[in-house]
Design a binder for this molecule. Structure first.
Ligand code: ARG
Length: 480
């Protein structure tokens, strides 16, 4: 007894330690540098609302399952709501000594309610608590990413609808390949965003599983009702295995992988916009709303927005790799390494959301396509050469032979400095008797595009049908 008392007095006498969080087994406080190193309060206050939600559900369940009297549960809930109100007015500012958001809330509750506040942690651990908080937080943010994807899809669709008749060169290897409909090009990004949405929705099912009640790792002898807390918090299921519950971070990896693909798509679109805005392409002009100037060169208008999006993609990929590496060597069950998941998730989510928003604004009001430049570009090249070969092929010439013939013809034209459209009919017929007067019209870029009517192709009629389909699909989406 005497020894216990002296330990207690030593523990409370130390400075720079987390005396409140630990049991009386601790004699000394933490080294101040270690206290800083250990603490997550500097970043995990982001989880405050979710921590309060989780604790309220837990308190209610403790009352309803008879672990504590119902009246005590009500007072715990009132105390937690009082902390929410304090936070709303900026009066909840825990310091380093709180270590993390979970301890900070519990401490404050004890300050409000005295010994009753000490009952909140019955039948749970910070291990299942933090897992619950992070899932609740990511579920909400993942839904925001989904909404941001819909906004981008709408912006792309609006541009596509405005350019259902505009042509743009299509490229392979960044070499002119075949002319395409600009709307078709833009709709390709709408499709990518749709797959991103599907991946989010799929990941959300696995994210929406509740670990609360797994306690530290093995479950608890306290007669808790895990299904009650899970239902109150809107989870679709509970973890079947307590060890898995407190040590699963697959959902964080899955989310970051999905976010990485979102960023890949945004980065590819960014790269195209940057090229299109260059003097060399001149396919778009940037509006003043989304372009920046140079501090030195007065003539410049820079595509900073797509450049930043392209650059920020690396941050998100880095978080994915960081999470995988952080998890790969961890024995079951909880390890403090998991605390490192937070900054990765917080930054990964905010970077992805900010990039999606910037790209949507760029599409909504940041760029204007230049139809005259596009029109001139599609007419002035050999991207209709395949159509000449196809022309012969449908008239019975073996394709490979037609291909060779046209290749030689392109070579001759290049030497003469002319295009296929400049060749008179006699020269076509000298090349092959199957050529007739309609070859001239066949070469016309609009005809070239219209002719590509295989399913999924760029033919105008098909693209219009796709535009109709997307308009309907996106009209059904509600965004905040
Ligand atoms: N701040 C910790 C984290 O983010 C909370 C859980 C701590 N659990 C523990 N057993 N030390 O992971």
């Amino acid at each position: 007894m005497a020894a216990d008392a002296s330990i207690r007095s030593q523990a409370s006498g130390v400075t720079g330690g987390t005396a409140a969080g630990w049991s009386d087994r601790f004699e000394q406080g933490l080294h101040p540098a270690i206290e800083r190193f250990n603490a997550s309060i500097g970043f995990d206050l982001v989880l405050l609302q979710e921590d309060l939600d989780g604790s309220i559900a837990h308190a209610r369940m403790l009352g309803s399952s008879g672990v504590i009297p119902a009246e005590e549960a009500s007072r715990l809930i009132e105390g937690l709501e009082a902390i929410r109100a304090e936070a709303a007015t900026g009066n909840f500012r825990p310091g380093l000594e709180a270590e993390d958001v979970h301890f900070a809330v519990e401490r404050r509750l004890i300050e409000h309610l005295g010994d009753l506040g000490k009952k909140l942690h019955t039948g749970r651990s910070r291990n299942d608590q933090v897992g619950t908080d992070v899932r609740l937080w990511l579920r909400r943010r993942s839904d925001e990413v989904d909404q941001a994807l819909v906004r981008l899809q709408r912006a792309l669709l609006a541009q596509a609808e405005a350019h259902a008749d505009t042509l743009i060169p299509g490229y392979t290897h960044l070499q002119r390949a075949q002319p395409i409909c600009l709307a078709h090009h833009l709709l390709a990004y709408v499709e990518m965003a749709e797959r991103d949405r599907q991946r989010l929705a799929d990941g959300r099912r696995r994210l929406n599983v509740c670990p609360l009640g797994a306690a530290a790792l093995a479950g608890t002898p306290v007669p808790i009702d895990r299904r009650a807390t899970a239902a109150e918090l809107g989870f679709g299921a509970i973890y079947a295995n307590s060890l898995d519950a407190v040590s699963d971070r697959d959902f964080a990896v899955e989310f970051m992988a999905t976010a990485s693909l979102v960023m890949v798509h945004l980065s590819r679109l960014s790269e195209e916009v940057i090229l299109w805005a260059s003097e060399e392409f001149g396919f778009v002009s940037l509006t003043d709303r989304c372009a920046t100037g140079s501090s030195l060169m007065p003539q410049k208008k820079n595509p900073d927005v797509p450049e930043l999006v392209r650059g920020k993609s690396g941050r998100v990929f880095g978080h994915l790799m960081g999470l995988l590496t952080m998890i790969k060597g961890l024995p079951l069950a909880y390890n403090k390494d998991f605390q490192e998941d937070k900054e990765a998730l917080f930054d990964g989510v905010s970077t992805t959301l900010a990039s999606l928003e910037a790209m949507a604004i760029l599409m909504e009001e940041g760029l204007e396509f230049r139809p005259a430049r596009l029109e001139a570009a599609v007419g002035a090249d050999f991207s209709n050469a395949t159509d000449v070969a196809d022309y012969l092929a449908v008239r019975g010439v073996p394709f490979r032979q037609a291909y060779q013939l046209v290749g030689a013809l392109v070579k001759t034209c290049l030497a003469e400095g002319i295009l296929l459209r400049d060749l008179p009919l006699e020269r076509w017929q000298a090349l092959h008797p199957s050529f007739e007067a309609d070859i001239q019209a066949t070469l016309e870029p609009r005809r070239v595009v219209a002719a590509r009517c295989s399913e999924g192709g760029t033919g105008f009629a098909l693209v219009r049908a796709q535009l109709d389909l997307w308009r309907l699909r996106l009209a059904g989406e509600t965004t905040s």
